[in-house]
Design a protein around this ligand. Structure first.
Ligand SMILES: Cc1cc2nc3c(=O)[nH]c(=O)nc-3n(C[C@H](O)[C@H](O)[C@H](O)COP(=O)(O)OP(=O)(O)OC[C@H]3O[C@@H](n4cnc5c(N)ncnc54)[C@H](O)[C@@H]3O)c2cc1C
Length: 410
């Protein structure tokens, strides 16, 4: 019987441990927190969007970095298999808008609970409040780990699976230790960056509209005048800038262009209408409000919180009666509705990033086993790898699939 050490008891680690144990191995998980799956607990706003029920081929489109590396993992342990796996463990699931899969109970704690029970049933030893501080490597082979706060004697094993996660939401335990382990053992680590992260803007307008959530708007990002992202959906203004699903997804496309300036964020408030159609609509609105001041005449066109901002943005006198608005001013308002433009300042911090872009280079990893090509018996799975996807359950699917591959190859 082989002894397998799994470093990190998150999504990928628990999955790897379960499948390594199902293969008849003796498995130990070292987790630095006082419980398993702390990040898993906060996923999907506490509901855990554990995968996506799309066609398996669509999974690849949702992976932002190194989608081809995921070929064996996604086909080996697909989203359908994830659902079946959890249902077999007794977790009822449901599918929501956008094919997002959640536990029927809406409780992420139930996901952790079924995984923990299965680990227990399989006899996996879970060692909590115990951080791994380094890998024990001899003759280019992983032979165990060094634990923090213990003498320099390593804990020996036949192989080591590193599933320490990324660098975001560090309070959950993912503090980037795996990147250090990888570097120390000669692996390339691709520069990391927060991803699926809100954006700060130069202008103060978002602060004035803080809390305003927009539905069915088009959000476009341009780097140096070139459009790099444009989608319709939901977004949100915050005290520092913009957030919400459209913005988080947009952030992943923006990262490669961070060095380019200017980066502008454009919001089309009425994507279903052409400029001409919207102009007609504004004219009709104005027709009925001829004697009103402009500041009191836009309530059908724009959300209340946005009206003072739009008036300031267009530099129209708020006290001006509609019948005195010039054609140029109306065109300016029209343009503001179709292309309300903010200037990107920076990404928010790792503490607000759903995932970390970058990580252990997949060129150093065998995609069919998750074993390092540099160090024998050393495996990596989950977010520690240079893999990331958009929202919708895809990042957890990466963790389950790569964790499964690492586990079944023990
Ligand atoms: C707020 C938020 C919401 C999210 N919602 C979703 C969602 O709904 N759907 C989705 O698909 N994705 C979601 N994600 C992303 C998803 O949670 C991660 O991609 C996923 O958890 C990565 O799994 P992992 O096992 O690789 O890493 P983690 O889940 O981060 O697990 C790593 C574990 O390793 C432990 N560890 C680290 N270093 C050491 C060490 N030296 N010794 C011992 N233990 C160590 C950590 O304590 C941690 O428990 C969300 C992320 C955040 C932050």
């Amino acid at each position: 019987m082989k002894h397998i050490i799994v470093v990190g008891g998150g999504a990928a680690g628990m999955m790897a441990a379960i499948w390594a144990a199902r293969n008849g191995n003796k498995v130990t998980i070292y987790e630095k927190n006082d419980r398993l799956g702390r990040k898993l607990f906060i996923t999907g706003k506490g509901r855990c969007n554990l995968t996506n029920a799309c066609d398996v081929n669509e999974l690849f489109e949702k992976v932002c970095t190194n989608d081809k590396f995921m070929y064996s993992s996604f086909y080996g342990f697909s989203n359908d298999m994830t659902i079946a796996f959890f249902e077999e463990l007794g977790l009822k699931t449901k599918v929501e808008r956008g094919q997002r899969v959640f536990p029927a109970s809406d409780k992420s704690s139930d996901v952790i609970s079924v995984l923990s029970k299965e680990l227990k049933r399989l006899g996996v030893k879970v060692v909590l409040e115990t951080a791994v501080k380094g890998l024990y490597i001899e003759n280019e082979q992983a032979k165990g780990v060094y634990l923090a706060g213990t003498p320099e004697e390593p804990v020996r094993s036949d192989s080591v699976i590193v599933t320490t996660g990324g660098y975001s939401y560090q309070a959950t335990g993912s503090t980037g230790d795996g990147y250090r382990f990888a570097k120390e053992s000669g692996h390339k680590v691709i520069k990391i960056s927060p991803s699926l992260v809100p954006l700060e803007t130069v202008e103060d307008y978002p602060n004035i509209m803080m809390g305003l959530s927009l539905k069915n708007v088009r959000f476009t990002i341009c780097a140096n005048q070139k459009e790099i992202y444009s989608e319709v959906g939901e977004m949100l203004f915050t005290h520092y800038g913009v957030s919400g699903p459209l913005v988080l997804t947009g952030s992943t496309k923006l990262i490669p262009y961070l060095s380019q300036t200017p980066i502008t964020l454009k919001i089309d408030m009425k994507p279903a209408l052409s400029y001409e159609q919207l102009d007609q609509r504004i004219l009709r609105d104005f027709e009925n409000k001829k004697n009103k001041h402009i500041k009191n005449a836009l309530d059908k066109l724009l959300p209340q919180k946005m009206i003072p901002v739009m008036i300031e943005y267009t530099k129209i006198d708020p006290e001006k009666p509609i019948n005195a608005i010039t054609k140029a001013e109306r065109e300016c308002l029209l343009k503001a509705c179709k292309e309300f433009t903010l200037t990107f300042r920076k990404l928010r911090d790792y503490n607000e990033a759903i995932v970390t872009k970058g990580g252990v280079s997949v060129k150093d990893i065998d995609p069919g086993t998750m074993e390092s090509k540099r160090i024998k018996n050393l495996y990596f799975a989950g977010e520690v790898l240079d893999l990331d996807a958009v929202t919708g359950g895809f990042n957890l699917q990466i963790a389950w699939s790569t964790g499964w591959v690492a586990g079944v190859n023990q």
